[in-house]
Write a protein that binds this ligand. Sequence first.
Ligand code: URA
Length: 428
Amino acid sequence: MTTEPFAAVDVIVAKRDHCELSEAQIDWVVDAYTRGVVADEQMSALAMAILLNGMTGQEISRWTDAMIRSGERMDWSALDRPTADKHSTGGVGDKITLPLGPLVAACGVAVPQLSGRGLGHTGGTLDKLESIPGWRAALSNAEMLAQLRDVGAVICAAGSGLAPADKKLYALRDVTGTVEAIPLIASSIMSKKIAEGTGALVLDVKVGSGAFMKDAVRARELAETMVGLGDRAGVRTVALLTAMDTPLGRTAGNALEVEESVEVLAGGGPADVVALTLLLAREMLAAAGVDDVDPADRLADGSAMDAWRRMIAAQGGDPDAPHPRARETHVVPAPATGPLTRLDAYAVGVAAWRLGAGRARKEDPVSAGAGVVMHAKPGDAVTVGQPLLTLHTDEPTRFVRALQALEGGIEVGGATEALPLVLGRVTA
Ligand code: URA
């Protein structure tokens, strides 16, 4: 029998009593939890103590490191180009990753992006891409490297070897009310991004009703914590705080968002999606040390679209296949005449989720065609009765609950209180 150097209960009591955990305690507890020696109930108690009492910068850094060391660390040094990635903390209609990866690749920086599936009211990048017939999310490391060489951009699922401690801990936090702890969120996100091996990282930290962080103060604290972790690990990291009080673009839903992303790559698309895509692309290029290319030119000359088509085809997808459509639609009319002053991101996100675009449990399937199309955005003038939203679903019984989600989320008249697209920028 191997002897463990610590008892889990002592580590829990130390954090409960506001003590700083030692590096040895952190290394051990993360490793022992991954090995199954620390039980779920013990890790739940520790996570709750961390949520209530916080962690010092030293502790967060060591915890992140221990999670990285629980699995493999990818390495793209064989590439002839710098690498950069973007991580969004998630929002409604946030399809930016789709045009952004190929756009940055078209500018000469490789994008090795490991993404996730959606849970709850925010969509997941893999769910969106899986609405493209034939496209597959699972790639081996060798396939990733080959695609980064040939195309310059990969968006795929993280394999089981990447930060396994985080996989186990995140699932536990989800069911123990401990997701919201900033040290745990920051270490969870950054352990995966650092292990992914990117040289530069741009974080898009969302603020507002449709975001994980509803208020700008906590969002900034999360951004500063993550930027500090990236910097200490040698990853050039920048964070933007961006608005998520209203959905991004005019669609929320898997295939609907792919369609909108293709419009952006074709030189059109909604102004907010184009603006944020270009802003994040410029940040990624600057963080990767590339300052002689304007991504707007790569959108205009079609090279970003070429990279998209090659990226989709390399993963088995048909970039020319028609986008799947839901079987049924229902139009929500404008309730009054005047300026649309509120279209709440959370309300639209929950509506899209209830229409079938999202899942309640990890194992649930999602509908490719379900979601919400927005015909007006805050600031636009609307006339009573004109189509404001179109709801899409395969199962018409879902309309009632989706409409309930929208109650109180739409306002016409009065002053617009929309957040600016960018609320702040955080650097090391
Ligand atoms: N996303 C993650 O990957 N981890 C968290 O803890 C929260 C959001």
